[in-house]
Design a protein around this ligand. Structure first.
Ligand SMILES: Cc1ncc(COP(=O)(O)O)c(C=O)c1O
Length: 382
């Protein structure tokens, strides 16, 4: 069992930060890697052609390890989840009469992409809502998604957990059903990968995209994606010199090359060798791979269990633990509470959580302790 890791971060002593789903604080090791990266450009003569490849390769290896991918060439370096999704959408063919499936109130980057694709192709978006009552909400929502997949479905695009309330989607079942009808499965792992185990070999998604600045503990404007073999021959949304075959040979760059680097490397963003962000992201993933997502879940479960019981006793609603993440969960207010007042009270007490719709989104991590959550409960129940 992991112990509290607050000393590895630089959070102010008085801050009760329960908001990693908004943005993670910086690990000291990641900060250090960034500073070394900044300094490296003081003397560009020290930056060798091989450095454009070595850092990116190490980063791919760490991410491949985290999500259990055998071939790191299936990993692309992206600046945002939307960028990774745009690469996927560019290579999808859909026809009028076909449909794609998303969950209700999904994060916009994983909606607008599909709205455009639907407009361009005449395909239909099926948006699957949860039930209006809280009884078995997560279970019924999952059942509805499975029922919605039909022989006209070409694509299912979901998070592993819902970004606003942590509802967990049963990706194994959704993969099974989507495969039966020949539909692709595209996962936005931004609110889960790093903190919740994700195994590419077990789930076999076609695409996984992750913004890096939340549960991957990375800097902003840096993310990672996995593309399965369906996309191996695809066309990227931009053309960059380094994603072409033989780009390692700097003296031959104007021997314009028709072919791309293998696998998903063609989907890397331009200037993907970023000498500041890449070492930062790599340092973050090294730490996460040492901690391990299953142990992060265990830790978050342990520090939140008592508080969730207390909240339920006070009339708040939290999803059953089978159908949510331990690192991210929604807390719905009893009828007599007003969300704006609750929010102001939490802020006054230096407690950081997010308000998403009519619920609080609580997102603990290894720098939190049980007392942080109890402090939040006290504010919510008095
Ligand atoms: C589920 C999810 N996906 C993606 C993002 C970020 O998207 P992008 O990287 O496209 O800015 C967020 C940010 O809150 C999110 O919650």
């Amino acid at each position: 069992m992991l112990i509290n890791q607050r000393k590895k971060f630089s959070l102010p002593a008085k801050s009760t930060y329960l908001n990693c789903a908004y943005m993670s604080p910086l690990l000291k090791s990641v900060e250090k890697a960034g500073i070394v990266g900044i300094a490296s450009k003081k003397n560009p003569a020290m930056i060798k052609p091989a450095d454009f490849f070595i850092g990116a390769d190490q980063l791919r290896s760490e991410f491949a390890k985290l999500i259990n991918v055998k071939d790191k060439k299936q990993i692309a370096i992206i600046p945002s989840a939307s960028y990774g999704l745009a690469n996927a959408a560019k290579n999808l063919k859909m026809n009028r009469g076909e449909n794609l499936i998303i969950a209700a109130e999904q994060f916009p980057s994983n909606v607008y992409t599909w709205m455009n694709l639907a407009t361009e192709t005449g395909a239909t978006i099926k948006t699957i809502s949860p039930p209006s009552s809280f009884a078995d909400r997560g279970k019924i929502w999952n059942e509805r998604i499975l029922e919605a997949i039909d022989t006209n479905t070409r694509l299912v695009a979901l998070g592993h957990v819902h970004w606003a309330d942590g509802t967990k989607f049963d990706l194994a079942q959704i993969r099974k059903r989507s495969r039966e009808v020949g539909a692709l499965l595209i996962i936005d792992g931004t609110q889960s990968v790093g903190a919740l185990p994700f195994d590419v070999q077990a789930i076999q998604p076609d695409v996984l995209v992750c913004g890096g600045y939340k549960w991957l503990l990375g800097p902003y404007s840096m993310g990672l994606a996995y593309y399965g073999n369906y996309f191996d021959q695809g066309q990227p949304i931009e053309e960059n010199w380094i994603t072409r075959k033989n780009s390692e040979d700097f003296s031959g760059l104007v021997n314009y090359e028709e072919n791309y680097q293998p696998g998903a490397l063609r989907y890397d963003v331009g200037e993907r060798s970023n000498f500041i962000l890449v070492p930062m992201m790599t340092a973050a993933l090294k730490q996460i791979n040492q901690w391990k997502p299953e142990r992060i879940q265990q830790y978050c479960r342990k520090i939140s269990a008592l508080s969730i019981n207390k909240l339920r006793e006070a009339g708040y609603w939290v999803e059953d633990e089978k159908h949510r993440g331990h690192h991210l969960f929604g807390v719905r207010l009893p009828q007599h509470k007003v969300i704006q007042e609750v929010r102001a009270k939490l802020k006054k007490n230096n407690i950081s959580v997010s308000v998403r719709g009519n619920a609080l989104r609580v997102a603990p991590y290894l720098y939190n302790s049980e007392s942080d959550l109890i402090k939040m409960v006290k504010v919510l129940t008095t």
